[in-house]
Design a protein around this ligand. Structure first.
Ligand code: ADP
Ligand code: ADP
Length: 237
């Protein structure tokens, strides 16, 4: 469960990223956030794992306060909240397996993982994650040798290896061609259904939002201007 209570995010230069947002996202929901560039989608997502600090209001993830969280509390939160980015954020010259093991680093955050000293159970989780997104046979390839869609699957596997309760995906398909974008969205939806991980995905396009969102949140100027199912979303944003 993710609870926003009158959440406002103001950037240091005074720009308002989120303007008094109140929302409940139940555990296991697949939420798609839509809106024009600058609407606040990315700020909304990044606030959930504390990448962007909440200026006012309360934001609670699985019972833990995100507003005001620092240090160890913030690291604990991030261990449970996985992020996927438009640009995949892989270490391109490293192997697929190494990239996925970074998810264990996010989950444990210990020095041993910084030394590359992973446990057998970490590798097991990494292989399972690669299997779940259908690229187990690529484990020992360099990330740079994979197509865009495959690289985004590596990023999804990295998040899964983290065993998160929440997945945040910030424009995860924006740099992919339409058929590949569709496949990656299907992967995210299947994972949500199979594992019950609460998922929030930012999208530019309403057609994908309608197809995949259990719930669509439309944003404009840092505010929620629509919140409902895909059928109603046609004229809203
Ligand atoms: P979206 O993801 O919908 O494109 P963003 O959340 O990125 O929207 O941006 C919301 C508003 O916050 C925009 O006006 C944007 O210019 C502003 N913004 C985003 N990041 C920063 C930042 N680091 N510093 C100042 N303003 C920012
Ligand atoms: P930026 O957001 O500009 O990439 P930051 O220093 O704010 O840089 O974040 C550091 C990086 O740590 C992020 O870009 C992201 O790759 C990674 N990161 C932070 N939190 C998480 C998380 N919960 N799961 C996965 N990766 C994360």
């Amino acid at each position: 469960m993710i609870e926003f209570r009158s959440v406002t995010v103001t950037y240091p230069d005074g720009t308002v990223g989120l303007d008094d947002i109140t929302l409940d996202i139940p555990a296991g929901q697949f939420v798609v956030v839509v809106g024009l560039s600058g609407a606040g989608k990315s700020t909304l997502i990044r606030s959930v794992n504390g990448l962007v600090p909440v200026t006012n209001g309360e934001l609670v993830v699985d019972g833990s306060a995100v507003h005001g969280a620092k240090g160890r509390a913030l690291r604990r939160l991030r261990a449970r909240v996985g992020m996927i980015f438009q640009s995949f954020n892989l270490v391109k010259r490293s192997s697929v397996l190494t990239n996925v093991l970074v998810g264990r680093l996010h989950a444990t955050g210990f020095l041993r993982s910084m030394l590359g000293w992973f446990r057998a159970s970490d590798k097991q989780l990494a292989f399972e994650a690669l299997d779940r997104v259908g690229i187990l046979e690529k484990a020992y390839n360099r990330a740079s040798a994979l197509s865009g869609g495959q690289q985004q699957r590596v990023a999804i596997a990295r998040v899964l290896a983290q065993q998160p309760s929440v997945i945040l995906a910030d424009e995860p398909v924006a740099s992919l061609d339409p058929p590949t974008a569709h496949m990656v969205m299907r992967d995210l939806q299947r994972i949500n259904r199979e594992l019950g991980i609460t998922t929030i995905v930012n999208l530019h396009f309403l057609d994908l939002a309608r197809e995949f969102g259990d719930r669509i949140i439309g944003m404009r100027d840092g505010k929620v201007v629509f919140d409902g199912s895909g059928v109603q979303a046609d004229d809203a944003v």
